[in-house]
Design a protein around this ligand. Structure first.
Ligand code: NG1
Length: 397
């Protein structure tokens, strides 16, 4: 953090106290492609995060330096989008737009943006960036706000963190992906040592303690960057909406796939096209797996949780068709290691990361197995992190 403040001075020089805001990335333990169907998810926030070091000022200009792209760009609050704005500038621009529409009186700032959430790997770098940007805007609007968790930063603006998550989600929609609420929500509501079980319909949630003495969460980046994601992602979403629409004929109370029971689905699945049927089967069974996982965690049954993670991956591979040879290989390698409880792709899929639950004493064997096989078979360099569940977004300094 001290480094980031120093970096700010190097880039922008000047006076004023440098403040630092943080929005964490996340890994989803189970509940994939359920959030935009009104269903259930079980993510945890990561130590990896996007941070902005900023100094607010009174003018309408937001000037940003991106460490990742080694590039400076700026925009003016309330003005039309600048021509040739780099893609990374669009996130804070859209966050500013939604906050202004929600009644926040915005002020400009200069900031250095730095992140260690790998981009395009299913760990929600975009949500981390939106959430960190939203705190930067709230702070710039009320520069006397002390350091503290997102709840305390949002409250003086009459905002809850649930509302802030929804605003950041709509910023993402305006950038172009019709994502669900999971990523922005967990980035704002993460809790050290815990996953959360979130009902994406009413945003009620429970923190679920992770038994770190018996199960370690390992994230492995396949090094396959996602391509064409927004198209394939939005297509899945439309297929789910189509499925829910068809099922509504049999029960007018159905709003989203979350409302379709497995029994109802089985009774009427023949009326769906092959593809839509598979998409629906994934979402409906995945919702049930999240609820069962929450029970397993409560009972301390990490083996059962692991088996549910395995079933989730298989369903994402076969029915939702968002895996790929590299993700499947990582999962196969992990499952072959004694002491691994379960392994699955995490995030949207089409590349990115897997998440594995392993006994703590199996982690080194997992690392060795991945090193021995993955690069040989794919030519790619995977990265592996042992991940602790972290707290949600905050003004740190
Ligand atoms: P990732 O993989 O982090 O982009 C995406 C969506 C989530 C959720 C998952 C699939 C975005 C920003 N987020 O996550 O809302 O739908 O896929 O479960 O696109």
């Amino acid at each position: 953090m001290a480094d980031l403040v120093t970096r700010y001075r190097e880039i922008f020089g000047g006076e004023g106290t440098v403040r630092v805001v943080r929005g964490p990335g996340r890994v989803n333990l189970i509940g994939e492609h359920t959030d935009y169907n009104g269903g259930f998810v079980m993510p945890m926030a990561l130590e990896a995060a996007v941070r902005l070091a900023l100094v607010p000022h009174r003018g309408p200009t937001v000037a940003l330096w991106s460490e990742q792209f080694a590039e400076r760009a700026e925009f003016t609050l309330g003005a039309p989008e600048p021509a040739n704005a780099p893609h990374w500038l669009r996130y804070p621009m859209k966050v500013a737009e939604v906050l202004a529409e929600a009644g926040v009186r915005l002020a400009g700032f200069k900031a250095v943006v730095q992140g260690d959430v790998p981009v395009g790997s299913g760990l929600s770098s975009s949500a981390a960036y939106e959430v960190a940007s939203s705190l930067a805007f709230l702070l710039a609007a009320k520069p006397d706000t002390p350091a503290g968790p997102a709840q305390e930063v949002a409250a003086p603006h009459g905002l809850t963190t649930g509302k802030l998550a929804l605003l950041c989600q709509s910023a993402e929609h305006r950038v172009g992906v019709r994502c669900g609420i999971m990523d922005q929500f967990i980035s704002l509501h993460g809790r050290k040592g815990h996953a959360i079980v979130l009902d994406c319909r009413d945003l009620s949630f429970q923190a679920a303690p992770l038994p770190s003495d018996r199960a370690t969460v390992v994230v492995i980046d396949s090094a396959v960057r996602r391509k064409l994601t927004s198209g394939a992602y939005n297509e899945r979403r439309s297929q789910c909406e189509e499925g829910a629409g068809q099922m509504r004929k049999f029960d007018p109370g159905i709003k989203e796939l979350r409302d379709v029971s497995l029994d109802l689905f089985k009774a009427h699945e023949a009326s769906l096209s092959q593809v839509v049927r598979r998409r629906c089967r994934h979402v409906i069974t995945e919702d049930a797996r999240v609820l069962e996982s929450a029970e397993a965690l409560k009972a301390g049954d990490v083996e059962r949780f692991g088996r549910l993670m395995n079933a989730s991956h298989d369903s994402l591979r076969d029915d939702y068709e968002v895996s790929g040879p590299e993700l499947d290989l990582l999962v196969t390698i992990a499952r072959g290691v004694p002491g691994v409880l379960g392994s699955r792709l995490t995030g949207a899929g089409f590349g990115g990361c897997t998440v594995t639950l392993a006994r703590p004493d199996a982690v080194e064997a997992l690392r060795a197995a991945v090193r021995a096989r993955y690069t040989k078979e794919t030519g790619l360099e995977p990265r592996l992190w042992v991940s602790e569940a972290a707290d949600g977004a905050a003004v740190e300094v």
